[in-house]
Design a protein around this ligand. Structure first.
Ligand code: NAP
Length: 310
């Protein structure tokens, strides 16, 4: 078993395996005590290779956690009304507790309209405005999976985040903005930086916690880092090299590794936690739809547990 504490390179893969296991145990509890099996519907439109891999991984991990997975693969030419009709059907299907529409959608679809068609209670991606608002108000809505995963990694590493200066690089609706909200709720002092920010290195040097979600390989350099900072690299950049595709993050990992007190690698950091948090959200949605209180401290229990699937 790997020891998850005191690691400088944060093992997101191992932590995600433990979280998935804890979700699986709670799914078994729901089945035994409430005769309910959580269900996750994943909708994929088109043939985008990366999306196909993501959808396959989500379905596999859902199945391993005992969550029933319903895959809907639609042709790229499908009309928006046909997709909305499928979402409506899933909204009303009692076997489906969570609905995820894999993004990006083909250009002829209105992403906002499609996301808003998902009933908020089943919006396990946390992108519906009702959940976005709820998360911003009190952190109680279904939270976007990637920022939720980052927050769990940070809390495991640092415990209480109160008073830390967190810099979030990137302001997208799916990563940067919800990440900033979660850190604010955790009582960090939060700075959000983006493409119009002036003197990014100076701003990043103030960060006790730096979350990079930009999509530019190795953009964060050594002289951007405050010694002892915790670095969370959300970026997934595909580099073509010698007929192979290599994944790399937004942080220049080899250059900064010795300066950071902890850092997530790419791959093997935030990515696996994103899928584990999708399962966590599906479980939470199932509890809420049953009118049951969601058990506290599931992630903390996961970190303490013996892992069998790291
Ligand atoms: P996005 O929607 O393209 O947003 C990128 C953000 O970075 C924008 O806010 C943009 O600023 C900012 N930015 C771009 N260039 C910049 C620069 N030179 N200096 C400062 N800021 C800059 O991307 P996203 O969806 O948030 O994703 C970000 C990265 O995370 C991507 O690599 C993506 O693949 C990865 N990702 C990973 C996971 C995971 O599970 N690990 C999940 C989601 C995304 P403006 O707003 O001013 O344009």
């Amino acid at each position: 078993m790997s020891n998850l504490t005191d690691q400088k390179v944060i093992d997101g893969k191992a932590m995600a395996a433990r979280l998935r296991e804890a979700v699986g145990e709670q799914v078994a509890h729901l089945q035994t005590h409430h005769q309910v099996t959580p269900g996750l519907a994943v909708v994929l439109v088109g043939e985008d290779p990366a999306s196909q891999v993501y959808v396959r991984n989500k379905a596999r991990h859902a199945g391993e956690a005992g969550i029933q997975s319903f895959e809907h693969r639609l042709d790229a030419s499908v009309s928006e009304p046909a997709l909305l009709a499928l979402i409506d059907q899933l909204n009303h299907d009692p076997a489906v507790n969570g609905i995820l529409v894999q993004l990006p959608l083909p250009a002829h679809m209105g992403e906002t309209r499609v996301i808003q068609a998902i009933v908020p209670a089943k919006d396990v991606d946390g992108f519906h405005p009702v959940n976005v608002g709820q998360v911003a108000i009190d952190g109680q809505g279904l939270t976007p999976c990637t920022p939720l995963g980052c927050k769990l990694l940070l809390e495991h590493q640092l415990g209480d985040l109160s008073g830390r200066h967190a810099v979030v690089l990137g302001r997208s609706n799916i990563v940067g903005k919800p990440m900033a909200n979660l850190l604010l709720q955790a009582n960090c002092t939060v700075t959000i930086a983006h493409s119009r920010t002036q003197d990014l290195p100076a701003i990043c040097r103030q960060a006790d916690i730096l979350v990079a979600a930009v999509g530019r390989p190795g953009m964060v350099k050594r002289d951007w880092i405050k010694p002892g900072a915790v670095l969370i690299d959300v970026g997934i950049n595909r580099i073509e090299e010698d007929d192979r595709t290599r994944l790399t993050g937004d942080i220049d990992f080899p250059a900064v590794q010795d300066l950071a007190s902890a850092i997530t690698p790419v791959p093997g950091g935030v990515g696996p936690m994103t899928i584990a948090c999708l399962l966590l959200n599906t479980l939470q949605a199932s509890y809420q739809q049953l009118g049951l209180p969601f058990p506290d401290g599931l992630a903390e229990r996961a970190w303490q547990a013996q892992a069998t699937t790291c």
